[in-house]
Design a protein around this ligand. Structure first.
Ligand SMILES: [Zn+2]
Length: 209
């Protein structure tokens, strides 16, 4: 079954070019693991990028060092997007340092990924029991979400397993986990959440997001 919600082409391009910070890139990778369409699109964008690079006027010999430096930037870090990406959680989070599970309320917990260096993004797994609604909140910047298990909905739509949700500082929402199955999401949020409810403000110091 094809997915309902996908990242923008601009975001895929940033990913292909290695311009995304680690947290958002990880969320995008989770989606790519579940979405052959976006994998194909990312590979296409990467190929277009390669053609554009090749079409640049040849650097004079004196600029050889620059060309070699550029090649080094381009080459090693790029994931091989034509290879199938394992979507399984252990594979996706292999090598990540996961913090302790923080219990927030019955059926509601999160686990932060410890960033390697300074990061503008908080990245975490959020588990929500079936039928639970999250406190109403806004954002200081971009928010990227990939649903790993279950489903949730908010005013912008319904998001099932594999779907990619993208928000910004305009988005204020209170996501509701669908009945039946717990919802597990990988989330990367720029800055802190803006809590719009008392319960949210009470939970925020515990959650640390
Ligand atoms: Zn997709």
């Amino acid at each position: 079954m094809s997915l309902a919600h996908h990242p923008s082409e601009e975001l895929l391009l940033d990913f292909a070019a290695g311009r995304l910070e680690h947290g958002p890139a990880l969320v995008l990778k989770a989606h790519l693991g579940a979405c052959p369409d976006c994998r194909g699109e990312t590979a296409r964008l990467e190929a277009v990028g390669g053609v554009l690079m090749a079409a640049l006027p040849a650097a004079p010999r004196a600029d050889d060092a620059l060309a070699r430096a550029l090649a080094r930037i381009e080459a090693p870090e790029r994931p091989d997007l034509r290879a199938p990406i394992e979507v399984g959680l252990p594979e996706l989070l292999a090598g990540e340092r996961l913090g302790p599970r923080r219990w927030l309320a019955p059926g509601l917990w999160l686990r932060r990924l410890e960033p390697e260096g300074r990061s503008r993004f908080n990245t975490y797994l959020l588990h929500t029991s079936p039928g639970r609604r999250l406190p109403r909140h806004g954002h200081q910047g971009a928010e990227y979400v990939c649903v790993l298990e279950g489903a949730f909905s908010d005013a912008t739509g319904r998001y099932g397993a594999g779907d990619f949700a993208c928000g910004d500082e305009e988005l204020v929402h209170e996501p509701l986990a669908e009945a039946g199955e717990a919802c597990l999401c990988l989330i990367s949020t720029q800055g802190r959440l803006r809590m719009h409810s008392l319960i949210g403000r009470v939970l925020q110091p515990v959650a640390g997001v």
